[in-house]
Design a protein around this ligand. Structure first.
Ligand code: AVJ
Length: 320
């Protein structure tokens, strides 16, 4: 294991062509809906980091506090010699708390993220702060087939999926992802953060912040289409909409047309009725027992659970 960042063949699995094709598919569906992965270009990744600092957005600080308080206990579940794979790595803030609790010379870190420049910049900063650590970034959409670097001899492969990012999947998609992860992590395990069911007002506020950062994050999908694909739509034609849907136990985010309008992109014109939405994200909330049952169906054995005093957020250890 070589310390420092390995730049070998970062594979980029999304490009303008893919975005254009997926946006077209999103706009001809009924109801119109696009994958939330398209939030995360560089501007969107920055906006998401601002969301994490918002007073209303409790998940990030709650999970960070759990990691701060229990990193040693979590690392104990991993065992010595770890290839740590972070799915949707982002700014690499949370993983530092785990890395601090791991034996430095026995660890390899494989952050996987869809936003290449953002990931590589975060890896540079991490390498500067963790000089002995072997870092192998993988620029990829982790929901698609990807090839991880081989797990070093004598190491267990451990997945880290914080932030309740799994909430972006439908329960069926989440179970499918967990099944793939259980295979990829066989012999090791998965440390995963999940956002829990709670008071609907608390949930509503977390996705409708007073400063309007979540609105800008949501609208960034269309800004991105404008920048990358030359999309045209009227200024102020779309507004942020986020609400808790109790039937599905999820926050839904949409972009709602404020009047009848056309979105033009790729030589086509897509009509929106007034009030019609483009569904941009769902964020599912779970109970610990409900999530563990799903993980068991996917091939994991549920282990330790760490929760805050409010029981708003949980970090789960799952043996693969
Ligand atoms: C990164 C998917 C966990 O669902 O809370 C934050 C994204 N969307 N505010 C979430 C998000 C709006 C976030 N996840």
């Amino acid at each position: 294991m070589k310390p420092g960042v390995e730049w070998g063949q970062p594979r980029t699995c999304t490009d303008n062509e893919q975005f254009g094709a997926d946006l077209h598919a999103a706009l001809v569906r009924t109801p119109k809906a696009i994958s939330p992965k398209y939030f995360y270009d560089e501007a969107g990744s920055r906006l998401f980091e601002q969301i994490c600092e918002l007073p209303e957005y409790y998940p990030t600080r709650t999970e960070l506090a759990l990691l701060e308080a229990h990193a040693a206990d979590m690392a104990e579940q991993f065992g010595p010699g770890v290839q740590l794979v972070e799915y949707g790595a982002g700014a690499l803030r949370k993983v530092r708390l785990l890395l601090d609790a791991l034996p430095r010379d026995g660890a390899q870190f494989v952050p996987v993220d869809i936003s290449g420049p953002h990931l590589l910049a975060a890896c540079d900063a991490l390498a500067a702060d963790y000089p002995g650590l072997a870092i192998q970034p993988l620029v990829a959409d982790f929901t698609q087939a990807h090839t991880l670097p081989p797990c070093p001899d004598g190491s267990r492969r451990v997945g880290f999926f914080p932030g309740s990012s799994i909430g972006n999947f439908t329960p069926a998609e989440a179970e499918a992802f967990l099944r793939l992860a259980a295979a990829e992590l066989a012999g090791g395990g998965l440390l995963i953060g999940i956002d829990l069911e709670k008071d609907h007002d608390v949930l509503h506020a977390a996705y409708n912040d007073a400063a309007g950062v979540t609105a800008a994050f949501n609208l960034n999908v269309l800004e991105r289409a404008r920048k990358e694909l030359g999309a045209e739509f009227p200024q102020g034609g779309f507004e942020h909409l986020a609400f808790y849907n109790p039937a599905y136990r999820r926050i839904e985010m949409h972009l709602r047309a404020t009047r009848p309008l056309e979105l033009r992109v790729g030589g086509e014109a897509y009509a929106f009725r007034e009030g019609e939405t483009l569904h941009t994200e769902h964020s599912h909330k779970y109970t610990v027992s409900g999530f563990q049952a799903m993980a068991e169906r996917a091939g994991f054995r549920p282990g330790k659970v760490w929760m805050d005093a409010n029981r708003w957020f949980a970090v789960l250890w799952l043996e693969a």
